[in-house]
Design a protein around this ligand. Structure first.
Ligand SMILES: [Fe+2]
Length: 178
């Protein structure tokens, strides 16, 4: 990757969460997501994925929860990282990690500016998937995660679409794994 790209190291990234007062349980969740994402990346060809980006993206994906736990945390997180001059690849990870990514229609429904927030790169997809696997700090299956959401919120269109997208991402990553 370009050497001028600003990617903090993991200590700096974790300290930043504390400094911005991201709640303790979110910080623990974030470390678990980073760990899970690295586990997924470990099985892939190292030419295909940037593990540094995955680790730091995992640590910082929920940094917007320093301000809100609503859907806006993704764009707030991206803004925080952009303002600090960090790599755009990191802010994209923030923006695209919710559910299975959000399309314009989903965005409108949850009150976000109407555009796509879909994970496109492998790193974005890996963080999005790892985040679904980590409920709090617990590693769960995708089926378990969505069953829980379905029973809480019903089989809503947005959740059904999310499940389909995550299943596709999961398959894609499995197909690229050794
Ligand atoms: Fe999040």
């Amino acid at each position: 990757m370009a050497s001028e790209e600003n990617l903090p190291n993991s200590y700096f990234a974790f300290d930043l969460l504390k400094k911005l007062k991201v709640p303790y349980h979110v910080r623990r969740h974030s470390l678990k997501v980073a760990e899970k994402a690295l586990d997924l990346a470990e099985k892939m060809d190292e030419n295909d994925v940037d593990k540094d980006l995955i680790e730091i993206g995992g640590i910082l994906h929920d940094i917007g929860r320093s301000k809100t736990h609503g859907f806006k945390h993704a764009i707030i997180g991206a803004k925080i990282l952009k303002e600090r001059g960090f790599s755009k690849r990191l802010s994209r990870i923030c923006e695209t990690h919710m559910l299975g990514g959000l399309d314009k229609e989903d965005a409108k429904q949850v009150g976000l500016p109407e555009r796509d927030y879909m994970p496109l790169t492998l790193e974005e997809k890996i963080i999005c998937l790892a985040d679904k696997h980590i409920a709090g700090t617990k590693d769960v299956s995708i089926e378990q995660r969505f069953e829980k959401w379905f029973s809480k919120y019903g089989k809503t269109q947005i959740l059904t679409k999310a499940k389909e997208r995550i299943d596709i991402i999961k398959k894609e990553i499995e197909n690229l794994s050794k």
